[in-house]
Design a protein around this ligand. Structure first.
Ligand code: SF4
Length: 394
């Protein structure tokens, strides 16, 4: 009998160079020694927590960063090899590797395929050179196309392309150019995120001095809506606030398959996942814990020094269930709430749900056991405000 589902996240905190908007925990550029030192630490952490994987069914592995494709593929191979000694990796288990254009070559791709990696997420952000430059990206659009083709012909055709809206200097026309260039390639999946200006980034400083030519709030909203409508009109189904998959059956390229990412919905559904590496987060039942963000501290005792270690109370778990689940366009199944918490969703959230429906932010679909509650497009546009209404008094 198969055990309970689990997913794995591996964090590789290295990049070639820091992008101007990035506040992620990534080192640029690391020495070769640091990369091997870190890989050894990851191996030690996996060994120390490996028993948590036994008797489980592995749903997905996500190797993120940072830029995992920047480090030698042998390091990725060692990690996956060790994981497979604790848990079965099936041929169709989704294994995603994050990558940035300019860091891939034929040899690496060949290795990835031999390790079972079957999905790559490529960070493009924009097809417009001026926008790539202002973002501080390391690549040109040509680099992206070259790496995309190498992946595709090298045996990894399940590719996500990340694009960004609200980039400085971006216009509706330049966004359409990016979308057209990407859609032409028919990637199975596209993620479209809005730029957020984070503290401690060059963009933040520029903004303070009025030197960042960001689109106005109205322009940003228009561009964001345009990205949604354009993708949907070109057969990309929006299944989460920022995620789109090529409609099964719309092209011979899908083979009738659904290419929604398997890994990320595990977070939205509050499935169990174990995160390995510096600053990696885990959720096991209601136990949430996160590794330290300090690389040296992490390497001194991998997986033991935590920046967060808490047992979620029922009210916090309920709020999480709502605001993570409602990120999905299909929303939540009301019966799942009852199954998780042994109480009717109406008793806890009936008032706020009705209030959101009345304001046009939410709706219900189906009935009885299959009744679902989900946000409308307007609700998803204002998700920050809408989600905060699910927080319960302690
Ligand atoms: S490639 Fe990604 S993780 Fe690395 S610096 Fe740029 S935005 Fe940050």
């Amino acid at each position: 009998m198969e055990g309970k589902d689990i997913s794995i996240y591996i964090h590789i905190p290295f990049c070639v160079r820091k992008c101007n908007y990035c506040d992620f925990n990534s080192l640029v550029p690391p020495s070769e020694d640091t990369v091997f030192f870190y890989t050894d630490a990851l191996i030690r952490e996996i060994k120390s927590r490996g028993e948590l994987l036994s008797d489980r069914h592995l749903v997905s592995v996500y190797i993120g960063g940072g830029t995992p494709s920047f480090i030698p593929s042998s390091c990725i191979g060692r990690i996956l090899d060790l994981i497979s000694s604790y848990i079965t990796i099936d041929d169709d288990t989704e294994i995603t590797l994050e990558s940035n254009p300019g860091t891939l070559n034929e040899m690496k791709i060949k290795d990835y395929v031999s390790f079972g990696i079957n999905r790559v997420s490529l960070g493009l952000q924009s097809a417009v050179e001026e926008e790539l430059k202002i973002l501080g990206r390391i690549h040109s659009f040509e680099d992206f196309k070259e790496n995309y083709d190498k992946l595709y012909w090298g045996g990894i055709d399940n590719i996500n392309v990340d694009i960004m809206t609200s980039i400085p200097l971006q216009t509706p026309e330049s966004l359409i150019k990016t979308l057209d260039e990407v859609i032409k390639l028919e990637p199975k999946h596209i993620s479209a995120y809005s730029l957020i200006i984070e503290q401690n980034t060059p963009f933040y400083d520029k903004l303070r001095y009025g030197l960042l030519p960001l689109p106005s709030e109205e322009e940003s909203y228009y561009i964001y809506k345009l990205s949604q409508e354009y993708l949907v009109s070109r057969n990309y189904a929006r299944y989460e606030i920022s995620n789109y998959s090529l409609e099964p059956g719309c092209s011979k390229n899908t083979g009738g398959k659904d290419y929604r990412c398997v890994h990320n919905p595990r977070y939205w559904d509050r499935g169990d996942y174990l995160g390995f590496g510096v600053s990696a987060a885990s959720l096991m039942g209601d136990h949430r814990f996160t590794n330290t963000a300090d690389l040296n501290e992490y390497a001194s005792d991998p997986g033991q020094i935590l920046s967060e270690d808490l047992m979620l109370g029922q009210k916090d778990a309920m709020a999480e269930f709502m605001f993570l689940g409602l990120r999905k366009t299909e929303g939540i199944r009301c019966a799942d709430f009852k199954e998780c918490f042994d109480v009717d969703i109406d008793k806890v959230y009936g008032r706020v749900m009705r209030y959101q429906i009345d304001r046009g932010f939410a709706r219900t679909d189906g009935k009885d056991e299959e009744k679902r509650f989900c946000l409308t497009d307007t609700g998803l546009d204002y998700s920050n405000i809408v989600m905060s209404e699910y927080l319960l008094d302690p």
